[in-house]
Structures are given as structure tokens and as C-alpha cells.
Design a protein. Structure first.
Length: 254
């Protein structure tokens, strides 16, 4: 059993072959798909995905930092409405992204803090999006840390020191296609991080692993990430799949 802890299977890039794409993933051994939210424009397609694949798909709810803009309070209200009326498996993906635009930093910080508080209230894990914002993310996690706050640092691309700091806040590291890139860097120190802190992800349709880099990613390609971790940790494919799936169960509670 392999768990893809972060995959946008409702993306319009899968409109033509969603069923076939899911079958390829299942044939590859992927049996659990955790689906992050972005903003209100994707909610309907997320719910449809869950209806199409009720036994394999687990939805999150949250406001992605790149969707934080002038109407972020309306978007946060949308998140709150949904988490109050339906069960989700995490609050995510949430966080701070300063790569594209720094003009809404204060609003991103407020949205991140607010959603962490909701996660605590609902006893749900958080799934963090961080791009060019480790210091800002860690500042908020330091203020909000709690024994029952847990989650995943999605698409972790930081340093060993940043990995250790993320882990200190009860976060697993989401490892995907970047680990297979020649310039990905994290593969240089990942063997120094206990595999108990690692979960697998694809972030499909983005960040396809080598040898598919630059093409549409899909959950079946997670096996290439497992192969890379086999090289890094010196464990078998089966052991990597089992350990990382158990780690995902520790986070999501299922």
C-alpha cells in the first residue's frame, strides 16, 4: 500500500482521463489519495472527485496562500462554513508563499494563523505550503505550537536545519518529485532524517519526478519517488511504502 498525501486529482489537467489516471495509480499500488484544497473555485470539483472515488479519496479544506488577496476574508468564511458542516481529514493546504507576490504577506499570516486555530479546534492536522517563507512560517508555528498540533510540511525543499525545525513542531516532511531532481538538494541530507518523519506525495499534476520532469505529474509516478528513497535509505520498496503509509496514518488518523 502506498499513500499519496498530496495530490490535486481534481485539476482540469485530468478532465480527459481522470478515471484512467486513477486506475494507473491503483495498478501501481497507490490506494490512498489525500486531496488539498486551494480556494472556493475548486470546492465543487473536489466534492465531485470524492463522489467518483469514495473509497480512495480523502479531502482537506483550506485556503491556499497564493489565493489570499483582497477577498481573503470571504474565502476564509467559505472554509469555515465547510469545516463546520462536513468532515475533512486536514486543514490544507495553508501557509505562506512569497515567491510570486509579497504584497499580501500580512493577510497570508492572518489566514495561516486563523486556519491553524481551526485545526486545533477540530483536532485536525495541517498541511503547510511554504515557498520562500520558512522564517515567516516558523515564527507562526512557534507561537501556535501545541502537543496536539501535527501535520505535514508539503513539498519540503529546505535545508537539513529547516527540516529538523519543522519536525520539532510535530510536522512530517512531504517528499515528492523534487527529491529525484539533480538540483533538488534535499537528497543530499535526507538520509540523516529518520524515515519516521517522511511521507510520500506527488503534488500532481505538478512537479513530476525524473524521468517525467516537465510533463504532467500523476499519482502513479509516486513509485519513482519510492525508488529514490530506496537508494537514500537502503530499505526495500515494500519497507518504504509501509513505513511512509504508517506515517501518514499517524498524521491523518486513518
Amino acid at each position: 500500500m502506498i499513500t499519496d498525501t498530496h495530490t490535486h486529482l481534481y485539476s482540469s489537467q485530468f478532465n480527459e482521463d481522470q478515471k484512467e489516471m486513477m486506475q494507473r495509480a491503483k495498478d501501481a499500488g497507490v490506494s490512498r489519495f489525500f486531496i488539498p484544497a486551494i480556494d472556493s473555485t475548486y470546492t465543487e470539483s473536489m466534492l465531485q472527485l470524492e463522489e467518483n472515488f469514495p473509497l480512495e479519496v480523502y479531502l482537506m479544506m483550506g485556503l491556499h496562500p497564493t489565493s489570499v488577496n483582497e477577498n481573503y476574508l470571504e474565502e476564509l468564511a467559505h472554509v469555515k462554513e465547510w469545516i463546520d458542516k462536513k468532515d475533512f481529514y486536514a486543514i490544507g493546504e495553508i501557509g505562506i508563499d512569497l515567491f510570486w507576490d509579497k504584497s499580501f504577506l500580512i493577510q497570508q499570516q492572518e489566514a495561516f494563523r486563523t486556519q491553524i486555530k481551526w485545526a486545533k479546534e477540530k483536532k485536525l492536522p495541517i498541511v503547510i505550503h511554504c515557498r520562500d517563507a520558512f522564517d515567516e512560517i516558523f515564527e507562526i508555528l512557534e507561537a501556535e505550537k501545541a502537543a496536539d498540533l501535527r501535520g505535514i510540511f508539503h513539498c519540503f525543499t529546505g535545508t537539513k536545519e529547516q527540516a529538523e525545525q519543522a519536525i520539532s513542531y510535530n510536522m512530517k516532511l512531504g517528499i515528492g518529485g523534487v527529491a529525484t531532481f539533480k538540483n533538488g538538494k534535499i537528497d543530499k541530507f535526507l538520509n540523516e532524517i529518520d524515515i519516521q518523519h517522511i511521507v510520500l506525495e506527488t503534488d500532481a499534476p505538478y512537479l513530476a519526478p525524473t524521468p517525467y520532469r516537465g510533463k504532467r505529474n500523476e499519482s502513479a509516478f509516486i513509485t519513482n519517488v519510492v525508488d529514490k528513497l530506496v537508494d537514500i535509505y537502503g530499505l526495500s520498496f515494500k519497507e518504504i511504502a509501509e513505513i511512509t503509509t504508517q506515517n501518514s496514518k499517524d498524521v491523518f488518523g486513518i
